[in-house]
Design a protein. Structure first.
Length: 405
């Protein structure tokens, strides 16, 4: 059963409304009697009391709409015979009670039945009043002509039909609008929840992206500096010239690391700045740097390389950088490295292959190099193969389709 939630402060609001209508009804009863146009014989104080009593059920019209409307209808029928009442403000009170059934009752079947019962009861009471009741000064039909009787029926019938039909339609419409507002609020909550998830996901992705950038920029240079520093330490006393060359390489790597970090920070600050990002043309510089560190590295560009987006070129550059870093760490000093950039019919491939025996490195690392490469390649729609070769060594192969690139 669908329910319409009660608004905050509903009881206070409806109690104030009932009090206002009770005062207005009592005042109207007094004014009518004072003006000499009243239709009831009871004392004016009783009429004022009856007008006030009729408004009291409005206090609970939202919490118990059907019960309160039935009580109001019974009072409206009985009060003219007991105390009398005001005939003007009482119409507003009766309208609100009948309207509240459609607007607030969650039991829609009972709401329909109760409104039918009230409408029929009011129609029967109206007919009986026309044939001699307090509403018409006790005059029976013998005091009126047939034309007068028909006119009274037409006037009162049309007024009451419009009255109850309006309260019925407006009440149902208020209920429907409340349900629509509730659905919109629920949809809004779901949208806000989805927005929060999207924001959290975006923040997480950005965090991972920054972590990958830091890893790729820092790990490569730190590894190169560690290798060169170790070489300088070993030959410092026996071969000062070679130690000096190694220390110069450490200095060069440090400067490159600082420059790359500055580039990365600048890029992260501005999403539109891509001119300073590494491209495939910068892979040759990586190879030269590795050769300067004493590595045997060959570099080949095979076939025609298709036009790639800056993000794809950066990804391939980082894969080459991470592959060379892993060679420094694990392949051994005598390992030969082959780096190939190949244009294919479907896209582009990058291979970093070595013939080293593999070892556990004492150099610092985060253990997320291969994971970062896979994440980068997957982000641009490609695939990554990484693992030992059957005859020794290690192979990293990244393939990116042209469409994805």
């Amino acid at each position: 059963m669908v329910e319409r939630p009660l608004p905050d402060g509903w009881l206070r609001y409806d109690a104030a409304l009932a009090a206002v209508l009770a005062v207005v009804g009592a005042a109207m009863a007094w004014l009518t009697d004072t003006a000499g146009v009243g239709v009831f014989d009871q004392d004016v104080r009783l009429q004022m009391l009856g007008s006030a009593l009729l408004a009291i059920p409005l206090v609970w019209r939202r919490r118990f709409p059907i019960a309160m409307a039935l009580v109001q209808s019974a009072l409206y029928i009985a009060l003219p015979y007991v105390t009398g009442m005001d005939l003007y403000s009482s119409q507003v009170v009766l309208f609100l009670g009948f309207y509240s059934i459609g607007a607030w009752s969650a039991r829609r079947g009972w709401a329909l039945v109760s409104r039918i019962v009230i409408s029929v009861a009011m129609a029967v009471w109206l007919v009986s009043s026309i044939f001699g009741g307090p509403m018409f000064g006790g005059e029976g039909p013998e005091a009126m002509t047939a034309t007068q009787i028909m006119a009274i029926f037409a006037i009162n019938g049309s007024i009451n039909i419009a009255f109850f039909a309006g309260a019925w339609v407006f009440g149902n419409r208020a209920w429907q609008q409340a349900l629509e507002r509730r659905e919109l609020e629920q949809a809004g909550q779901e949208i806000r929840g989805l927005q929060a998830e999207i924001v959290a996901h975006a923040v997480e992705n950005e965090r991972l992206r920054i972590a990958r950038e830091l890893h790729d920029v820092v790990a490569h240079h730190v590894t190169a500096m560690s290798v060169q520093a170790a070489a300088a330490r070993r030959v410092l006393s026996s071969d000062p010239a070679r130690a000096e060359a190694s220390l110069k390489a450490v200095e060069s790597s440090a400067r490159s690391a600082v420059a790359d970090l500055r580039t990365m920070v600048t890029t992260l600050r501005s999403a539109d700045e891509t001119e300073s990002l590494p491209t495939l043309d910068d892979v040759a510089a990586l190879v030269e740097e590795a050769r300067g560190a004493g590595r045997s590295v060959t570099y080949e560009r095979i076939g025609e390389i298709p036009e790639l987006t800056p993000a794809t070129e950066l990804t391939l550059y980082r894969v080459a950088q991470e592959g060379l870093t892993n060679v420094h760490k694990h392949a051994g000093a005598a390992a030969h490295v082959a780096l190939r950039l190949r244009g294919t019919r479907d896209g582009v491939e990058l291979e970093v292959s070595d013939d080293g025996q593999g070892s556990t490195s004492a150099l610092p690392g985060t253990g997320t190099g291969l994971t970062g490469m896979r994440e980068r390649i997957a982000a641009v729609g490609g695939t990554l193969e990484a693992g030992p070769k059957p005859r020794g060594g290690f192979l990293v192969r990244a393939a990116i389709p042209v469409g994805a690139a």
